[in-house]
Write a protein that binds this ligand. Structure first.
Ligand SMILES: *[C@@H]1O[C@H](CO)[C@@H](O)[C@H](O)[C@H]1NC(C)=O
Ligand SMILES: *[C@@H]1O[C@H](CO)[C@@H](O)[C@H](O)[C@H]1NC(C)=O
Ligand SMILES: *[C@@H]1O[C@H](CO)[C@@H](O)[C@H](O)[C@H]1NC(C)=O
Ligand SMILES: *[C@@H]1O[C@H](CO)[C@@H](O)[C@H](O)[C@H]1NC(C)=O
Ligand SMILES: *[C@@H]1O[C@H](CO)[C@@H](O)[C@H](O)[C@H]1NC(C)=O
Ligand SMILES: *[C@@H]1O[C@H](CO)[C@@H](O)[C@H](O)[C@H]1NC(C)=O
Ligand SMILES: *[C@@H]1O[C@H](CO)[C@@H](O)[C@H](O)[C@H]1NC(C)=O
Length: 803
């Protein structure tokens, strides 16, 4: 098999040099080579290896190739190589609901905050090794916080005339705890994780407070315009819409001194206590005491260890200051139950939410409890004391990495899920994904037992530290960047694998077709008509990649096409998922989220088949035409944004994308000139599309040919075919890389992809052509035009890559 790689001797060398777990990569300047040396070297290597390759191919194809093997698609394979159909059967038949239940029960039986549970990493490694996948624990030393102490109290000064006039009295002391429920053993654990924010600042602040709605950029802008005083005040924000860290970031920029974030049941849709539903554990509505923990890192600036931006957190590396990456003001998450006294203390004070229009009144769900949603600020004699003490340390976190070596060393598929959770449970986030990943891996183990060896290397990852800011995966990608750049074909992510019955996906356009194909060959566990597949019950919508899970470093930093899949809740219909709460527990999952763990099994089948198709089919399952079409849509979107009336966003996502925009203070450059320059992008995309269609057509032709039997005496045709497949695959592999811009995005250089990035002020949601998108928001048409040229270059490079 090694022969067909010889035409890419360089990549192969890179791949071997940087195989993870074997060698350490030295971080430093790239060694400079002069062109004539490279050419000379290349010629020698190419000639030498081609001759050897030719000879070996001859031997393999002519002498050793079995001649009546109808499913033998890839000469040189081990004799026992399973046909893809057989492999598929194993991957569909092995995953079991009862095993998934067992893994779920294990992972959710004790706390596993990042860096706090080595035994879970070792257990995972041991299982994978038992199933035949060579696995190791890999540590990074990362800067991380653990909760020490906290307090949130509403204080009121006794009125003049009272005996104790002028003295501060505690009007309400928040417990900052979730209720212990008799039905749910996880909620009873002695060592449960306190409610806190990852990467929050320690502090003890007291001051009057302001209700800031979702705390989006425009929510704050509305308050500023209305002259609501924010400086020196504590923000009370509701969860939702944008990444929580960005709420804290904007509050901090506006001089606020602390942030309290609560969960408003209005965002739960129909399934609420107000609508008469019983609350968990008796019914599907949210338990009133549930609290959403979570990270407040400034995720859209850079994920990963904030002290090592762009390089891996190995022992002894230099550490950068963190002030631009994490908050400097304290914050705490609270339940709606404990938000009630605080919000009610604002009743009648300052403007009302409805004075600010529709965005302030949508999904306000606590009116039935007497909340009027006034803005405040609270008078000077009604204040909050917010105390947050965090212990910051540089501490090891543990990824588990398992590898199945493939035949082609420089084509690698990475499949990952994180293991760490904010709570002892985490039955949905992330350990439904962990159970699913385990079942997929166990299935691949069965195939290995049958003598299977994949064409491409498969790397399985159980990441640690995702919750704090995608730390485990980001450090790993930063460490193996040269190897991943040379070899990684795709990254497959499953985070919350199951929290309801609705299949959902986000993905790079190169991978869209793969998702559609695979979901059509997996049976749905919930069939109203016999034979319905997952595809049949899915609306087929694939969203663009934002951030919020471990694909970020792969897609946005390394330029590796990525996808993320899971079964989500049905909005307004499914039981409420208690995100980052003690009630994301095994009990909730077995009673409400996925009784019988049938969706776990299905997701393991989908994950297995996606991995197998990428790793084991001769022609890479990527589709370039879909990328070209998507790029065109994205340009249209940019153009529409120039003229759009922002008052009528159509989707939920659009609402928050709009509410999260940072508007410029002065118009720079000429919008018309900018608009005309978009014509250049359309042209380049058209050229890219022609080449993409050709490449896809060629791939389809080769896929057919490789399935046809070639008699042994036609060994030259066979050799030629292998060569063509090899070079076609290499083209596919390089497409996404062409969209990286080494200097990165304006003011966030870690993000290198010119097409995909998390929105600066949304975080979770993806922005397309972020350079253009942000420049338009800021009305900076000089920079917008600059980005047209950068993007144009990338598209042209991509076209050259596949021509
Ligand atoms: C680690 O996880 C296991 C399995 O969930 C659990 O039993 C154990 O208590 C946890 N250990 C610590 C130190 O929290
Ligand atoms: C927080 O600050 C207040 C004074 O503003 C003080 O009374 C209180 O003891 C402090 N709390 C802690 C835990 O240090
Ligand atoms: C806010 O204050 C400015 C300056 O004091 C004033 O011109 C403006 O009318 C005020 N706006 C509102 C909405 O009160
Ligand atoms: C996989 O390949 C690497 C690099 O060639 C090698 O070091 C490693 O031992 C192999 N692992 C297995 C399980 O064969
Ligand atoms: C099964 O599918 C129906 C119709 O799509 C849906 O309403 C229902 O919630 C699903 N049930 C389960 C248990 O997934
Ligand atoms: C790629 O996608 C296009 C458009 O959906 C389709 O016509 C074509 O058959 C696909 N080709 C491959 C190789 O997937
Ligand atoms: C515009 O681009 C320059 C670099 O070309 C950058 O320094 C600057 O921050 C950009 N402006 C904005 C508003 O992002």
């Amino acid at each position: 098999m090694h022969l067909v790689q010889s035409d890419l001797g360089h990549d192969e060398k890179m791949a071997n040099e940087y195989t993870p777990l074997i060698t350490t990569v030295t971080v430093g300047p790239v060694r400079r080579r002069y062109p004539h040396q490279i050419i000379r070297r290349f010629c020698t290597v190419a000639l030498g290896s081609s001759l050897i390759a030719l000879f070996i191919t001859f031997l393999i194809t002519v002498v050793f190739a079995p001649q009546h093997d109808t499913h033998h698609r890839w000469p040189g394979h081990h004799k026992n190589h399973l046909a893809h159909e057989e492999l598929k059967t194993i991957l569909l038949e092995t995953p079991s609901s009862s095993k998934a239940t067992e893994w779920s029960r294990y992972y959710t039986s004790g706390p596993h905050l990042a860096g706090k549970n080595l035994s879970q990493a070792e257990w995972t490694r041991d299982r994978w090794n038992e199933w035949g996948i060579n696995s190791n624990v890999v540590a990074y030393e990362t800067y991380i916080n653990y909760p020490v102490d906290h307090r949130l109290a509403l204080l009121e000064k006794a009125k003049s005339g009272a005996a104790d006039a002028g003295a501060w009295k505690v009007a309400f002391e928040a417990s900052l705890e979730e209720d212990v429920l008799e039905e749910d053993p996880t909620s009873q654990l002695e060592d449960s994780v306190p409610t806190f924010h990852g990467y929050s600042a320690s502090g003890n602040v007291t001051g009057s407070f302001v209700y800031v709605n979702y705390g989006t950029y425009w929510d704050f802008e509305d308050l500023v315009k209305a002259n609501v005083s924010l400086e020196g005040k504590i923000a009370v924000a509701r969860y939702g819409g944008i990444f929580r860290g960005l709420k804290v970031k904007r509050a901090q920029e506006l001089g606020m001194i602390g942030v309290v974030i609560f969960t408003d049941p209005g965002d739960d849709g129909e399934t609420t206590e107000a609508n008469g539903y019983d609350t968990y554990p008796n019914g599907p509505a949210r338990n009133p005491s549930s609290v959403q923990r979570g990270s407040v890192q400034f995720l859209s600036v850079a994920p990963g260890d904030p002290t090592t931006p762009g390089y891996p957190s190995k022992p002894g590396v230099p550490r950068a200051p963190v002030d631009k990456a994490i908050p400097s003001i304290p914050s705490l998450p609270i339940s709606y139950l404990e938000a009630l006294p605080i919000l009610k203390a604002l009743n009648g004070i300052g403007p009302r939410a409805q004075d600010f229009g529709q965005y302030w009144t949508r999904n306000t769900g606590l009116a039935y409890k007497g909340v009027e949603y006034n803005i405040g600020p609270s008078p000077d004699d009604v204040v909050l004391n917010l105390y947050n003490e965090q212990d910051y340390a540089i501490t090891p976190i543990w990824n588990v990495i398992g590898i199945i070596n493939g035949t082609i060393p420089d084509e690698v598929i990475v499949v990952g899920n994180h293991r760490d959770a904010w709570i002892a449970g985490g039955a949905g986030d992330p350990n439904s994904g962990s159970a699913v990943l385990n079942e997929a891996i166990r299935s691949f183990g069965k195939a290995l037992e049958r003598g299977w060896k994949p064409l491409r290397t498969i790397v399985f990852a159980s990441w640690d530290g995702e919750e704090y800011g995608l730390v485990g995966s980001t450090e790993w990608v930063e460490e193996y960047l040269p190897w991943l750049t040379a070899a990684n074909v795709a990254y497959i992510n499953v985070d919350v694998g199951v929290r309801g019955p609705i299949f959902s996906a986000s993905a790079a356009p190169l991978l869209h077709k793969l998702i559609h194909d695979v979901t059509a060959s997996v049976q749905s566990p919930n069939q109203t008509i016999k034979g319905q597949t997952v595809r049949d019950l899915w609306d087929g919508r694939i969203s663009t990649m934002g951030s919020g899970s471990d694909f970020t470093a792969f897609q946005d930093f390394a330029g590796i096409p990525s996808l993320d899949i899971g079964f989500n809740e049905e909005t307004g219909n499914s039981p409420i998922y208690h995100y980052h709460s003690n009630y994301d527990s095994f009990h909730w999952m077995s009673e409400f989220g996925d009784p019988g763990f049938i969706y776990h099994k299905t997701m393991a089948q989908v994950l297995g088949l996606i991995t197998a198709k990428l790793a084991d089919v001769p022609l890479l399952s990527l589709n370039a035409t879909n990328y070209a079409d998507a790029l065109k849509e994205y340009i249209k979107k940019v153009e529409a944004k120039l003229t759009a009336s922002q008052a009528n966003p159509s989707t939920e996502e659009d609402i928050f994308a709009f509410r999260a925009r940072a508007i410029g203070t002065e118009v720079k450059g000429n919008p018309n000139h900018f608009k005309n320059s978009l014509g250049r992008l359309y042209q380049s995309v058209d050229a890219f599309k022609s080449s993409a269609v050709e490449l896809d057509a060629k791939s389809e032709r080769l896929a057919k040919e490789v399935n046809e039997h070639i008699p042994w005496w036609k060994w030259i045709s066979k050799l030629k075919l292998l060569h063509e497949i090899r070079s076609t695959n290499t083209k596919y592999k390089k497409i996404e890389r062409a969209f990286l811009y080494q200097h990165g995005l304006d003011s966030r250089p870690w993000f290198k992809h010119v097409v995909f990035a998390p929105g600066v002020w949304t975080g979770y949601a993806g922005a397309v052509f972020p350079g253009l998108d942000e420049s338009i928001d800021k009305e900076d048409y000089v920079n917008a035009t600059k980005w047209v040229y950068i993007i144009d270059d990338c598209i042209k490079t991509a076209t050259k890559t596949i021509e």
